[in-house]
Design a protein around this ligand. Structure first.
Ligand SMILES: [Zn+2]
Ligand SMILES: [Zn+2]
Length: 208
């Protein structure tokens, strides 16, 4: 019977690769001791490859895989146990090798949340015309815009409703998805965060 020359465990206790048990086999991995991911304290999203994304197991695994080098096929990461499980194909078998990688949440605030807190408005959606259509589409728009960006405030006005939104692109995408046509006007507001800052107004009129 095989006995691991390093730890003395036998084939009954551990899976073996060549002479060693999988705990002691000299896999050539280059893995970080620590992985630090910026996490927004307000919305809980994480910054992965420059993008703020909701926690997603697959995204996390890919991120960890990107930080490791070596002879593995894939990695799954358990952030609770702070363990990475490497799948390695070796000597005709596939083994799962656990390794400890410390996970640190670096608490910060994402751009959307800091903009929301600062009352940032990049776009205004003006809904006018048929009241029932406004009631129906405003609900859908608000839901979509909140998912893609944020709404700083909503205002009921004479004959309609105004939505103050954090991102112009989110309005373009939402209007496109709902098939809404808007009159678009763009106004330069000055500079902010080192860039020109425009506010775009989308006027949408529903026929009676
Ligand atoms: Zn061993
Ligand atoms: Zn956030």
């Amino acid at each position: 019977m095989h006995m691991c020359p390093k730890c003395g465990k036998t084939e009954k206790e551990k899976q073996f690769l060549e002479a060693f048990c999988i705990d002691c086999y000299p896999f050539s991995f280059r893995i970080p001791d620590v992985v630090e991911i910026e996490t927004c304290k307000r919305c809980g999203r994480m910054r992965i490859r420059g993008e703020w994304v909701s926690f997603d197991k697959k995204g996390m695994d890919e991120y960890i895989a990107g930080k490791c080098k070596g002879e593995f096929e894939s990695v799954t990461y358990d952030s609770g146990k702070q363990q990475a499980f490497f799948t390695v194909k070796k000597c005709g078998t596939s083994v799962t090798v656990p390794r400890y990688i410390e996970f640190i949440k670096k608490i910060t605030i994402c751009q959307d949340c800091s903009r929301m807190a600062g009352g940032y408005v990049e776009a205004i959606v003006q809904l006018r015309g048929n009241e029932q259509a406004i009631a129906k589409y405003s609900k859908m728009l608000i839901r979509m815009l909140k998912a893609k960006s944020f709404i700083t405030k909503t205002e009921e006005t004479h004959g309609g409703m105004d939505l103050f939104v954090g991102s112009t692109r989110s309005v373009l995408e939402s209007c496109g998805a709902l098939g809404l046509h808007a009159m678009i006007t763009k106004k330069l507001m000055g500079r902010r965060e080192g860039r020109r800052y425009y506010r775009t107004t989308f006027s949408i009129r529903f026929e009676d």
